[in-house]
Design a protein around this ligand. Structure first.
Ligand code: HEC
Length: 134
């Protein structure tokens, strides 16, 4: 390697290391300073929301590739609907049922799943339910 090229490469590597260090310091500063408001009454900043939602959707999509959607009989569908009604419906509503009033006050508001379900392929939805959601 020519001495001039070597100096350029070293300078670029040093610049990159400084940039990474600054980014890490910003992350640590945000974590320790308490400046970011995590209150559920306010919702996330748009950039944070975008990062979380994009990460979540791509994480589910990536893991769903390995999932074969289970076939269901009537008994399983009825059991699932009963579970959904007792565990999910108050927040997410159901066919012809709105979310309960207190759930509509949450930030973010729980989506009405019968409206958003068409955005999710069965394998992704199945993967989501198996994995849970942080
Ligand atoms: C206490 C209220 C609450 C309960 C109970 C609840 N959820 Fe949620 N759920 C939410 C909220 C709030 C969101 C939106 C999160 C976001 O946008 O960041 C959500 C998001 C979802 C999503 C993603 C929807 C989309 O299109 O983005 C799915 C799927 C989901 N929940 C399934 C379920 C299932 C299945 C159950 C029952 C086992 C359940 N949830 C119970 C509050 C709830």
């Amino acid at each position: 390697m020519q001495p001039k090229t070597k100096h350029l490469a070293l300078g670029a590597a040093f610049g990159l290391a400084i940039l990474v260090l600054i980014l890490l310091l910003v992350v640590v500063w945000v974590a320790y300073s308490g400046t970011y408001n995590i209150a559920a009454t306010q919702g996330h900043q748009p950039l944070v929301r975008w990062t979380l939602m994009t990460t979540m959707k791509n994480s589910v999509a990536d893991r769903a590739e390995a999932i074969t959607t289970p076939s269901m009989n009537d008994e399983m569908v009825t059991a699932g609907a009963t579970d959904y009604k007792s565990m999910c419906q108050h927040c997410h509503g159901g066919p012809g049922v709105r979310q309960s009033e207190w759930a509509r006050g949450m930030l973010p508001e729980p989506p009405h799943l019968t409206d958003t379900i068409s955005e999710w392929e069965p394998a992704k939805y199945s993967g989501w339910l198996n994995m849970g959601y942080e």
